[in-house]
Design a protein around this ligand. Structure first.
Ligand code: C2O
Length: 536
């Protein structure tokens, strides 16, 4: 294995989309940012230099960071942010992982434009567990706002109301021609007839789950969140913010141009950016002015399409890649996830109230000292370890909500013994409205052992859990008006953030952290922090 060095300069860059320009925060002046390539077992050193007026931090989403929480990146959770003019070297080893992941800013709303792909290839000489593709493409999906995204969220926090939705979705940085800017061209994927290509799809959007499809071509799903799955064929991929999906596409046409479309999925009565981003699969020999074969994206509320995709996901669970599902449970947790309303006397537009989000009625408050630093150096008064294992009020979570379900605020963590096993059921509540929440856990991969609609039933539902080949991932949807159950082993000491990967929900407080104690063995404790760790 090798040591790979990267330099990420965080700089402002004037960027034109939708026929208008604005300065955006970027890495190395690019949107999306550069792809980080490595192989399984490599050590990666990324020097991040902050040249902008904002504090920044970068998260390597899905990299397990075994014992190296200092390199995980969420601001005020594992590190203080890198201040203007300062730098920090993220130093981590990619242990036992290969596949597609993403990196993104983990502070404020900077990840709108500060994000990019992580491609971890298998160890040299180790093949994929499927026929080698002729070529691979990284395909990053995201959102574009005409206005400044920091202004968008700050305005919403002041008013107490939901922020504006984005003005377009993007495929590798480009929305494609839209009515607001018909002259704008989209991204092109150049292909030859009769080959198999692998697309490494990444949803780096702030707030939107997306459908992805290609006119006239089936997609074979082979991996999600850098874990191999049993291959299956589909017309449409569903991908939530923070998730990644590798698909194989066979170019079974002679020539021509085919539309690639990314469109929103939202099955709740909530405003969403309705724009479809387009790109082109361009066969060699097709003239650039030849017509493009079109496709119709699923309607935004196509729950059945979404469910069919989600229910098809199974771990590969082969001899080489066994699904190591914990079969016993030390910690059995039940978390409600959802939005609610709290009083806010200063919120004029919100009529004296504001939208908040919570887990088990706790709206997480960001500390001003990083939790991992407080834990490692025994600094008291930063967090408490009383995060509730179950909700304080039991009610019909998916029925008529009780009035007056105010949340309390706090910086609470849930403590886990080293190597203990966890079963966590996450139940969506419909207090404002049912809504799907893609929940991301830092520091671990987990198994999605069960999923259902309505209220979770602790007597009957566990009997239906898949403990053989459940999908392994790092970001999973607690479905709209339903629940999802995950299992994982707490084999990574440190402090690990868990939150909804819809950035607006994170901002509102749909987040918490697990504190995993050190074990007793020689390689079972958090390593000491690097000397350049930023100070708050
Ligand atoms: Cu991809 Cu805590 O985020």
């Amino acid at each position: 294995c090798r040591v790979r060095h990267y330099k990420f300069n965080v700089v402002m860059k004037n960027t034109t989309r939708l026929c208008s320009s604005k300065p955006v925060v970027t890495v190395n002046g690019r949107f999306p940012g550069p792809t980080l390539y490595a192989r399984e077992d490599d050590t990666v050193l990324v020097k991040v230099v902050n040249h902008v007026k904002y504090n920044v931090s970068i998260h390597w989403h899905g990299i397990r960071q075994l014992r190296t929480g200092w390199a995980d990146g969420p601001a005020y959770i594992t590190q203080c942010p890198i201040q203007t003019g300062q730098s920090y070297v993220y130093n981590f080893t990619i242990t036992g992982q290969r596949g597609t992941l993403l990196w993104h800013a983990h502070i404020l709303w900077l990840r709108a434009t500060v994000h990019g792909a992580i491609v971890v290839l298998p160890k040299l000489g180790v093949p994929y567990p499927f026929p080698a593709p002729h070529k691979e493409f990284v395909v990053v999906l995201a959102e574009w706002w005409k206005s400044d995204t920091e202004a968008v969220i700050n305005e919403a926090l002041k008013s107490g109301l939901a922020p504006n939705v984005s003005d377009a979705h993007t495929i590798n940085g480009h929305p494609g021609a839209v009515s607001a800017c018909p002259s704008q061209s989209g991204f092109t994927l150049p292909v030859e007839s009769g080959k198999t290509y692998m697309l490494r799809l990444i949803n780096a959007a702030l707030n939107d789950e997306l459908f992805f499809k290609i006119a006239g071509h089936k997609l074979t799903v082979v991996e999600v969140d850098a874990a191999y799955v049993k291959p299956f064929r589909t017309d449409t991929v569903l991908i939530a913010p923070g998730q990644t999906t590798n698909v194989l596409v066979t170019t079974n046409k002679n020539t021509g141009k085919y539309l690639v479309a990314a469109s929103p999925f939202m099955d709740a009565p909530i405003a969403v950016d309705n724009m479809t981003a387009t790109a082109t699969l361009h066969y060699s020999g097709a003239l650039s002015n030849s017509p493009t074969t079109l496709t119709t994206p699923p309607p935004k509320n196509a729950t059945a399409v979404a469910n069919q995709f989600t229910n098809s996901l199974r771990s590969l669970n082969s001899k080489r890649f066994p699904a190591k599902v914990p079969l016993t449970v030390d910690h059995s947790l039940f978390f409600t996830v959802g939005l609610g309303i709290n009083p806010c006397p200063t919120c004029k537009a919100g009529n004296g109230s504001r939208v908040v989000a919570s887990i088990n009625n706790v709206t997480f408050v960001m500390p001003t000292t990083a939790l991992l630093q407080a834990h490692f150096f025994n600094i008291s008064g930063v967090f408490t370890t009383d995060f509730p294992a179950k909700p304080p009020h039991v009610f019909n979570y998916t029925g008529t909500p009780p009035t007056n379900l105010q949340t309390r605020s706090g910086t609470k963590v849930y403590r886990l013994a080293y190597n203990s096993t966890v079963e966590l059921v996450m139940q969506d509540t419909g207090i404002i409205s049912p809504e799907n929440h893609p929940i991301h856990l830092h520091g671990f991969n987990f198994f999605g052992v069960g999923r259902g609609v309505g209220n979770y039933n602790p007597k009957t539902d566990p009997k239906k859990f898949n403990l053989v080949d459940p999908v392994e991932r790092n970001t999973i949807g607690a479905p709209s008006g339903g629940w999802v159950a995950i299992r994982f082993r707490a084999d990574n000491p440190g402090v690990w953030f868990m939150h909804c990967h819809l950035e607006v929900h994170t901002t509102w407080g749909l987040k918490m952290a697990f504190l995993v104690d050190n074990g007793k063995g020689p390689n079972e404790s958090t390593l000491p922090p690097p000397s350049d760790l930023p100070k708050c």
